[in-house]
Design a protein around this ligand. Structure first.
Ligand code: GLU
Length: 428
C-alpha cells in the first residue's frame, strides 16, 4: 500500500539498525530482531455474488513473541504487500513493548478493496483467512485485531470461524470484538483518544495550552475521527482534514478556517472515512488537493492515514509554525523526513507510542475476557490514559536526558525490553 519504490520494511529495518547501533546490540540479537520469526502467505478463494470464484492473497507475519503472544491488526487494502505487513508486525512488537503490555508483535492483511466487496464476500474472506491459520493463531499464540478497513463485524466472523473449527468458545482469539460479544467499551475510541492523551502531555511540556492551538489531520477514519473528538474537547481547533475519495481515486483536503464541524462531517462520511465533496462545500469547507493538509499554518499535524506520507519530497512544505507532530498512522514519516524534523526541533510523538492506545485497549479487552467481567467505559479510558501517559513520560524523559529524538528514545526503550526478553529466554 505504498507509493513508488518506498519499502516500509526497509524503513522499519533502517529505524531498527539505528537504535541497534546506539544500544550496541550483539550481532545475534540484531539479526534475530530485524526479521520476523514466522510468516504465512496463502490464497483465499471466495464465491463472489456474481457466481464467479475470485482468489484473494492473505498474510500473517509474526515478528516476535518473546514478551507474550503476537498481537496486531489485519488490514484489508488493495495495495497490501508482504513487506508492508512485515514492517507493521515489527512496529507492533515495539508498540506493545513501549506501553509495557505482555504481548509481542504480529500483523495480517488481505489484498482486497472492501469498497467493491459485499458484506457476504467480506465474510468469506474473514472465514477463509481463519481457516488458513486456524492452528497458527489463538489466545496464547497470536491475537489479531481490527485495522485499516476492518471492523468489529469482521472480528466476530473470524472468531466464529475459529470457534467452529476448534469446537469451543475462545473469545481470547481476537480483540476489537463487538461490545456485548466479548468486546471492550472504549475500544473504538482507544487509538484516537490515545493519540490525544500523548498530545496533551506533549503540549504541557511545550508550555502551550490546547485551547491556543490549531491542528491539521490527515485521514478521516476511526483513528482520526476520535482524535479530533478528544482534541476538540480539550479546546483545540481542527482547521483541515483530508481523506481518500474512492470515486476519483485520489485524496482531498477539506479546510475551514473557523474549524471543521466534526459531527456535521460525520453525517456526510461513508464507513471508510470518505467525505462527500459536494456536501462538504455546502457546509462551507474549501475542497483542496490531498497534499494540502501538510501545508497548513497550524501548531499540530496529525497524520492518521497510512505509511510514507511525510517524506523527503514534502517535508519542506510543512509550515514553520508546526511545533508538534503526533503520528496516529503507522510509519507515516520516512527517515529522510525525520532528519529534517529533528533539525527543525519539531516535537514528534512517534507512531508506535502515539497510536498504542488501540492495542493497549485490546490488552484490556483480553483481561476482561479472561475475568468474564466487563468494566465501565470510564474505567477503561482512565486505565488507558494512565498507561499512555506513563509511556509518554518515560520516552520524553529519556529523550531529554540523552538529548535524542523522541522516535529514537521510544525505540531505545522498546528494543531494550524485547532484546532483554529474548536474552532471558535463552534465545539469543
Ligand atoms: N491495529 C491496531 C494497531 O496498529 C491495533 C492492534 C491491536 O489491537 O492488536 O495498533
Amino acid at each position: 500500500m505504498s507509493k513508488g519504490a518506498f519499502n516500509p520494511f526497509a524503513m522499519a529495518q533502517a529505524q531498527f539498525d539505528k537504535v541497534a547501533d546506539f544500544l550496541e546490540l550483539d550481532a545475534g540479537t540484531r539479526d534475530f530482531l530485524r526479521n520476523p520469526v514466522r510468516e504465512y502467505q496463502f490464497n483465499i478463494p471466495v464465491h463472489m455474488d456474481d457466481g464467479t470464484v475470485k482468489v484473494f492473497r492473505g498474510f500473517r507475519v509474526q515478528h516476535n513473541d518473546a514478551r507474550g503472544p503476537c498481537k496486531g491488526g489485519i488490514r484489508f487494502h488493495p495495495q497490501e504487500t508482504i513487506d508492508t505487513v512485515r514492517a507493521l508486525s515489527m512496529w507492533m512488537t515495539w508498540k506493545c513493548a513501549v506501553v509495557d503490555i505482555p504481548l509481542g508483535g504480529g500483523k495480517g492483511g488481505v489484498i482486497c478493496d472492501p469498497h467493491n466487496l459485499s458484506m457476504a464476500e467480506q465474510q468469506q474472506i474473514c472465514r477463509g483467512w481463519v481457516r488458513q491459520l486456524a492452528k497458527n493463531v489463538g489466545p496464547v499464540q497470536d491475537v489479531p485485531a481490527p485495522d485499516v478497513m476492518t471492523s468489529a463485524q469482521h472480528m466476530l466472523w473470524m472468531l466464529d470461524e475459529y470457534e467452529t473449527i476448534h469446537g469451543g468458545k475462545y473469545p481470547g482469539l481476537i480483540t476489537g470484538k463487538p461490545v456485548g460479544m466479548g468486546g471492550s467499551l472504549g475500544r473504538t475510541e482507544a487509538t484516537g483518544y490515545g493519540v490525544i492523551y500523548t498530545v496533551r502531555e506533549a503540549l504541557k511540556q511545550l508550555g502551550i495550552k490546547p485551547e491556543d492551538t490549531t491542528a491539521s489531520v490527515q485521514g478521516f477514519g476511526n483513528v482520526a475521527q476520535y482524535a479530533i473528538r478528544l482534541y476538540e474537547e480539550l479546546g483545540g481547533k481542527v482547521i483541515c482534514v483530508s481523506c481518500w475519495d474512492q470515486e476519483d481515486q485520489t485524496s482531498y483536503s477539506f479546510k475551514k478556517e473557523s474549524g471543521v464541524d466534526l459531527d456535521a462531517l460525520l453525517k456526510i462520511t461513508d464507513r471508510f472515512g470518505g467525505i462527500n465533496k459536494d456536501k462538504a462545500r455546502e457546509m462551507g469547507c474549501e475542497v483542496l488537493p490531498g497534499e494540502a493538509w501538510i501545508e497548513q499554518d497550524v501548531d499540530i499535524l496529525i497524520p492518521a492515514a497510512l505509511e510514507n506520507q511525510i517524506s523527503g519530497e514534502n517535508v519542506q512544505s510543512i509550515n514553520r509554525r508546526v511545533k508538534l507532530i503526533a503520528e496516529g498512522a503507522n510509519g507515516p514519516t520516512t527517515p529522510e523526513a525525520d532528519k529534517v524534523l529533528e533539525e527543525r526541533g519539531v516535537f514528534v510523538i512517534p507512531d508506535f507510542l502515539a497510536n498504542a492506545g488501540g492495542v493497549t485497549c485490546s490488552y484490556f479487552e483480553q483481561v476482561q475476557c479472561n475475568m468474564n467481567y466487563y468494566w465501565e467505559k470510564n474505567e477503561v479510558l482512565d486505565k488507558l490514559d494512565t498507561k499512555m501517559t506513563s509511556a509518554f513520560l518515560a520516552v520524553s524523559e529519556l529523550a531529554r536526558k540523552r538529548k535524542i529524538f523522541m522516535r529514537d528514545a521510544a525505540y531505545v526503550i522498546s528494543v531494550s525490553r524485547v532484546a532483554q526478553a529474548c536474552k532471558d529466554r535463552g534465545w539469543v
